[in-house]
Design a protein around this ligand. Structure first.
Ligand SMILES: Nc1ncnc2c1ncn2[C@@H]1O[C@H](COP(=O)(O)OP(=O)(O)O)[C@@H](O)[C@H]1O
Ligand SMILES: [Mg+2]
Length: 456
């Protein structure tokens, strides 16, 4: 609105100033034109009088100027500069009030226009006519002209302001309303808001378009929200499923370990016992039978050993009976022997027995971590660190191998497998945090579990 007012004011001002300058210039040239035409007429009429040096005829000619109220003085000079005739008539003493003769030209001074015009006859200058006009009347006309121009200027300005106010009501206000509505929609994220339509003109079309756009956004927002809710609920279902999966895997391992140890192991032990009751040195057995008996007993012993190891790996009884502090060194020692990787087990003395689900989770993470070091890292050594810090337990599984590959052999980015994903899932269930740092110097997996946040 301010811009509109400033623009119309500036336009009206410039137009006014230009028209006043034009008036003043036009007034000047009109006055000069008029007086020089009059001087020409007097000159032509006095030419003969000058030639014959006849002041009476010249006097009579310039006496006709009485009709012109604006001409105050007139004078006809002879070629030598002396006065032949003058108006109003001058006595010899008053002659000095007329200026000395000058060359062709004019000047404006103190409200008067003075003009000299040379009179020629047969191509020869015979004298000069001098006219002096009072510009007061002309100035009065000019003043009236300027007043009219100023009045027109003020009227145009008032009209421009009235138009600007009307335009503001019709255009600027609805546009401001639209802008405010955009701001409200953005701040409140409320796409059900609508802008009021004021008419059927271009602004009305713009408002309707804006409202239609809001309808579309509202529609899409609702669909997006619905899709988000569905995604969230399937993510929830997936989480619950993975919790149950991990739990049932642990239970299954525990069951199979028990079965192998208590049933199959016992049966193998019983078979070995029965076979050992046969007297291998008895003469009733042939050499081949004696050898078969010895090999069978050795195989039974080996199988019992393997079954025991397998059942302990599936679920070490030490973990339930004596906790992580005993199970972890036992497992690490066996792993070192099987894999030929030197593992240092650094367990802080203040780590006592922990809640069962935490011990189970930490044990499984160490198992998966060491198995990854064996399968992927190429590291000859590993470190397992376990510390208790306040109400949290911190586990670190570190190797000095080649680190995670930047890309898979087929060029695609590395995706975490089941191992790392199930580690993360276990940690998430216990409200803990897990970080994996890996570079060409090795890989470190850090897990922090709160001791009071365990799910029971
Ligand atoms: N200690 C490690 N050193 C180097 N790479 C590793 C290590 N642990 C895991 N990785 C990389 O991360 C990938 C995912 O591991 P994981 O989730 O346990 O799945 P998987 O062992 O079945 O491949 C592995 O295939 C391997 O490329
Ligand atoms: Mg793995």
């Amino acid at each position: 609105m301010l811009a509109m007012m400033l623009t119309s004011t500036a336009t009206v001002l410039v137009a006014g100033i230009v028209s006043i300058i034009y008036e003043v210039t036009a007034f000047r040239s009109a006055s000069v034109r008029d007086l020089s035409a009059q001087a020409q007429i007097i000159g032509e009429n006095c030419a003969a009088a000058l030639e014959f040096d006849n002041p009476e005829t010249a006097d009579a000619t310039i006496a006709s100027l009485r009709a012109r109220t604006d001409i105050e003085a007139a004078c006809v000079y002879r070629k030598n500069g002396s006065v032949l005739a003058s108006y109003p008539h001058q006595t010899a003493t008053a002659l000095t009030t007329f200026p000395k003769v000058e060359s062709e030209g004019y000047r404006i001074e103190r409200g008067h226009l003075a003009l000299f015009h040379q009179i020629s006859r047969k191509g020869e200058v015979v004298g000069t006519v001098y006219l002096r006009s009072n510009l007061e009347e002309h100035y009065a006309r000019l003043g009236a002209g300027i007043t009219v121009a100023l009045a027109a200027m003020v009227a145009a300005w008032a009209l421009a302001l009235a138009l600007a106010a009307r335009l503001r009501r019709q255009i600027a206000n609805p546009i401001m309303e639209l802008a405010n509505m955009t701001e409200r929609v953005r701040n409140q994220q409320d796409y059900s808001l609508r802008s009021k339509k004021h008419g059927e003109d271009e602004i009305g079309v713009l408002t309707a378009g804006f409202n239609r756009m809001l309808e579309d956004i509202q529609d899409r927002d609702a669909k997006l929200h619905q899709a988000y809710l569905e995604l969230q609920s399937s993510e929830d279902a997936l989480r619950k499923l993975s919790v149950r999966l991990l739990q049932s895997r642990d239970e299954e391992r525990r069951r199979i370990a028990g079965e192998l140890h208590d049933a199959t192991g016992q049966k193998l032990a019983a078979a070995a016992m029965y076979l050992s009751q046969i007297d291998r040195s008895s003469s009733t057995l042939t050499q081949t039978e004696q050898e078969a008996l010895t090999k069978s007993l050795a195989l039974l012993d080996e199988s019992s050993q393997e079954i025991r190891t397998l059942s302990y790996l599936l679920h070490p009884p030490l973990l339930d009976e004596r906790g992580l502090l005993s199970a972890l060194p036992w497992y690490v020692e066996g792993f070192s022997m099987r894999s030929e990787i030197k593992v240092v087990c650094d367990i802080a003395p203040n780590v006592g027995r922990l809640p069962q689900e935490i011990e189970m989770a930490l044990f499984r993470i160490v198992q998966e971590g060491l198995s990854n070091i064996h399968r992927h890292s190429g590291s000859p050594e590993a470190v397992i660190g376990l510390q208790k810090k306040g109400q949290a337990i911190r586990l670190e599984v570190r190797d000095s191998g080649k680190g995670f590959p930047a890309k898979r052999p087929d060029g695609l980015p590395v995706v975490m497998g089941v191992g790392i994903t199930s580690m993360r899932e276990r940690v998430r269930q216990l409200h803990g945090q897990m970080e994996v740092h890996s570079d060409s110097q090795g890989t470190t997996i850090c897990v922090t579990l709160p001791l009071n946040g365990a799910e029971t």
